[in-house]
Design a binder for this molecule. Structure first.
Ligand SMILES: [Ca+2]
Length: 235
């Protein structure tokens, strides 16, 4: 009997999504709304409204999401951030491989920004971006995410902190905030049990087959060397 590979058994219970792109395009915004909704939530999960931390103030920028009062300190203020949360539906996990956004500072705006997540209570930077002292739009600023963002079954909040502002009245806005996310069905406990039972059954059949092969390969009794009986002592 052939053994069903373990990988095949596992795949019976995992349904991969197609790598949907999540997107906040802020189409129709004034830039200073307290919160702004995602364009559409991907199948398998949901996205919160885009929002601000308590340390910054809304500012106007049509078609984007803007703020002023960013800290002028050279390290981030834990209240100065933009935020959104990605949540899997019940029975789903998600893997997020990248985040991307467009951004622009005013002439006295921020000079650095970074991304952190609730996975480690916002304690480490997933990426830090320095921006030059101009007011150009920088498109498609991209952050790649590692294995820590694979197969997550709990909501994860992402915060985009900005700091080193040249003035508290300087503004910074973001637009087209997006990421690539894949949703997968999480096996139920009874499905794990079924898979485990199938694997154990397969291993047992495999062992039995091996034992039979070993027995059938043994030389027959008739051809075995007969024991030699020595008579007499050593001289
Ligand atoms: Ca826009």
């Amino acid at each position: 009997m052939k053994i069903i590979p373990i990988a095949v058994l596992s795949c019976l219970f995992v349904t991969e999504g197609s790598g949907a792109v999540i997107l906040y395009s802020f189409t129709g915004s004034s830039g200073n709304e307290p919160v702004f909704p995602v364009d559409s939530s991907p199948e398998g999960g949901g996205l919160s409204d885009f929002s601000r931390g308590t340390g910054i103030q809304p500012s106007s920028k049509s078609g984007a999401f803007s703020a002023k009062s960013w800290t002028t300190q050279s390290s981030l203020d834990t209240s100065d951030y933009f935020s959104f949360t990605l949540s899997p539906d019940a029975g789903q996990s998600f893997s997020l491989t990248r985040l991307e956004l467009d951004e622009r500072r005013s002439g006295t705006g921020i000079r650095e920004w970074s991304v952190r997540s609730s996975l480690d209570s916002y304690s480490t930077d997933l990426g830090v971006f320095s921006v030059p002292d101009n007011s150009d739009v920088r498109s498609s600023q991209t952050l790649s995410l590692g294995d820590a963002f694979s197969r997550l079954t709990q909501p994860v909040e992402f915060r985009v902190f900005a700091y080193s502002a040249e003035s508290s009245v300087g503004t910074w806005w973001v637009d087209n905030v997006q990421g690539t996310v894949t949703f997968s069905a999480v096996p139920e406990p009874e499905e794990y049990a079924t898979v485990s039972a199938l694997i154990l059954l397969g291993l047992a059949i495999h062992r039995r087959q091996k034992n039979r092969e070993l027995v059938s390969n043994q030389p027959s009794t008739s051809s075995k060397a007969r024991p030699v009986i020595c008579i007499g002592g050593l001289s």
